[in-house]
Write a protein that binds this ligand. Structure first.
Ligand code: CMX
Ligand code: CO
Length: 146
């Protein structure tokens, strides 16, 4: 079951400048940043709010790391802007299978690694009224060491 907006993915040419815009304009701080070579992005997660399912909602700012990445291709065509939305679920495998059964193309056979150790997959935008849609299951929260 999809229980939150996990994040909105925003493609940008310059991650540092875009992070600074969100900090200076809205006061949002970077919660986490990483490079995901498989996805071809350098990214910053700005946490906006906690959600009632125990997760949180973020903005995901994305800068391409290579010319052949999906985000570089999208930026060349569209310029900066909203690239995708992501729904959070406790079970990305089950939700992806369920949605695939409804005739929507799921882009990955198996979920792949996303931000902060999450597991992610994508639904084809042409099957979702023009919206590239991601499904996310967050990594389990590690219990503190005793
Ligand atoms: N939102 C809406 N439509 C999109 C889109 C997007 N982000 N990206 C592509 N499209 C549309 C294009 O406009 C195009 O439509 P037209 O044929 O009408 O022009 C069509 O989809 C095909 O686009 P394309 O430019 O030829 O791109 P590809 O088919 O090579 O790739 C997609 C599209 C969705 C398969 C690819 O972007 C993908 O695999 N995305 C998932 C991975 C990803 O986006 N990773 C980065 C984020 C990582 C993260 O969130 O952690
Ligand atoms: Co994303």
């Amino acid at each position: 079951m999809l229980t939150r907006i996990d994040h909105i993915g925003i493609a940008c040419f310059d991650l540092d400048k875009t992070v600074e815009f969100y900090r200076a304009t809205y006061g949002f701080e970077v919660f986490h940043s990483e490079v995901n070579e498989e996805q071809g992005v350098r990214e910053a997660m700005l946490k906006i709010n906690d959600t009632s399912d125990g997760g949180a909602s973020y903005l995901q700012l994305l800068e391409p790391t290579r010319e052949d990445s999906t985000v570089a291709k999208w930026l060349a065509k569209n310029g900066e802007g909203v690239h995708h939305i992501a729904f959070g679920t406790a079970d990305v495998d089950a939700d992806a299978a369920d949605i695939k059964g409804k005739g929507v193309r799921v882009l990955y056979e198996e979920p792949r690694r996303g931000s902060m150790g999450s597991r992610i997959t994508f639904l084809h935008p042409k099957d979702c009224h023009g919206v590239l849609t991601e499904l996310v299951t967050s990594a389990p929260v590690e219990s503190p060491e005793h």
